[in-house]
Design a protein around this ligand. Structure first.
Ligand code: HAM
Length: 413
């Protein structure tokens, strides 16, 4: 068997893992500062959790879910997104007693999409969700949090914020009907993929990347004409709030999102630097979702960021190499080596040893790696119970008792 990884998956190491760790550290810090609690859910759930809420006509449900039968015939799915598992977990663990509930989580998601730059079959998401408030202040808090997190990872000129309102579910239903009518009248001009969506999912034609579809969509009815007064006020408040926060945004009436549960505010942070997979963060309100999953009838809003896409826009991150090496001339002096290794570990001093009893090889490795000091262990050091520290930049050597090494190094760095 030829050893290979599964298409659309990737291993993480080197610069990539350094970037991921930096992203996760920044996210955890912001979560803590903004009172979000962490919630990790299992990687698989019962399939029903996803199929209806995400939309039986959505790409995710139609063709992208990794679904399999367990031995007892339960139908299970590797989570393609995090919002529905978060809601499931909040309901089954009785976390909705004190509202609003502010939660975040991060981890791998699975979608069987066609792999390309920025699109994988296993990818990582960061998710922030707030359950139980319809106040527009929450929408603003979440959008500005996303902006702050992005801004502390990549320069702000690399992305733009797009916003839209989809109205409440009644507004959206009327809008979809009007869109179906319009697209039916212009059916001949649409792509084959869009023709299929006319009756079942016409709003997805609005975010098609096909040139013919884009032309037809230009004159399509606009959602704004269908918004209730309440939704209009909510949306206007968000725009004013973003101005107060000094966050640049573009209104995009074709921004509809790919999953069915959205209503009211929707937003995306997009980049021009990644080709067609240009959405770094996507999110919005889902005021009917928690109730439809069997929870209380409370509103919700959140967003998810794609870790792979964000990390592709980051500079490489080098991790510091150990500045102290050990060089030992012979196995006979092992006990002296064990003592210093133990001392370094207890004092949290990072060191490197190449597991060779050969002074010359260890010293040349230390030179090659640009180490600052080499701890030398030879016959003299072993017999007289001290260590020689050689400074590579000067060639100076210092003979030290073990207990003085930490102070000596602290003074040098
Ligand atoms: P989504 O737009 O499907 O929304 O995914 C959010 C983000 O995950 C995307 O903007 C992208 O950065 C990343 N992403 C999605 N698919 C892939 C892929 N195949 N490869 C790499 N990255 C990908 C959601 O999942 C919603 N649950 C977001 C949300 C949370 N809405 C409310 N709360």
């Amino acid at each position: 068997m030829k050893l290979r990884s599964v298409r659309g998956t990737h291993d993480l190491y080197g610069h990539d893992i350094n970037k991921y760790n930096r992203i996760y550290n920044i996210v955890s810090k912001h979560a803590l500062l903004n009172n979000f609690i962490e919630l990790q859910t299992p990687i698989f759930e019962f399939t029903d959790l996803f199929s209806k809420p995400l939309g039986d006509q959505s790409d995710v449900v139609l063709k992208e879910m990794y679904t399999f039968k367990d031995r007892n015939e339960d139908l299970l799915t590797l989570r393609p997104e995090y919002t529905t598992p978060m809601i499931r977990a909040a309901i089954t663990n009785n976390l909705l007693e004190e509202l609003p509930l502010k939660i975040y989580g991060l981890g791998p998601m699975f979608r069987r999409e066609r792999p390309q730059k920025g699109r994988y079959r296993q990818f990582n998401q960061i998710n922030f969700e707030v359950f139980g408030s319809s106040d527009f202040i929450i929408d603003l808090e979440l959008i500005s949090l996303a902006n702050e997190i992005l801004n502390s990872i990549i320069p702000s000129d690399k992305y733009t914020l797009n916003i839209n309102s989809l109205g409440d579910y009644k507004n959206l239903k009327n809008y979809k009907e009007s869109l179906s009518k319009y697209f039916n009248q212009n059916k001949t001009k649409l792509s084959i993929e869009s023709k299929i969506k006319i009756d079942k999912n016409p709003i997805r034609i609005l975010d098609s990347k096909n040139d013919d579809d884009i032309m037809v969509s230009k004159n399509a009815p606009k959602i704004y004409e269908f918004l209730s007064d309440e939704c209009k006020i909510h949306y206007e408040n968000i725009k004013k709030g973003l101005e107060l926060y000094n966050i640049d945004y573009a209104e995009n009436s074709n921004l509809v999102r790919g999953l069915d549960y959205y209503c009211s505010t929707v937003f995306e942070f997009k980049t021009k630097d990644l080709g067609s997979q240009d959405t770094l963060i996507g999110g919005g309100r889902y005021d009917g979702l928690i109730g439809s999953l069997g929870g209380p009838n409370i509103p919700g809003i959140g967003w998810a960021a794609g870790v792979e896409r964000i990390s592709m826009l980051m500079e490489e991150i080098n991790v510091d190499e150990p500045r102290i090496h050990i060089a030992i001339s012979d196995e006979k002096f092992k006990n002296h080596l064990i003592k210093i290794i133990n001392y370094f570990r207890k004092n949290e001093i990072i060191f490197f040893w190449n597991y060779k009893y050969n002074l010359k090889k260890s010293l040349s490795k230390a030179n090659f790696k640009n180490a600052d000091f080499v701890v030398i262990i030879g016959e003299n050091e072993f017999n007289n119970n001290f260590y020689t520290l050689k400074q590579l930049s000067t060639g100076n050597q210092f003979e030290l008792d073990i207990d003085n090494i930490k102070k000596f190094l602290n003074d040098k760095f």
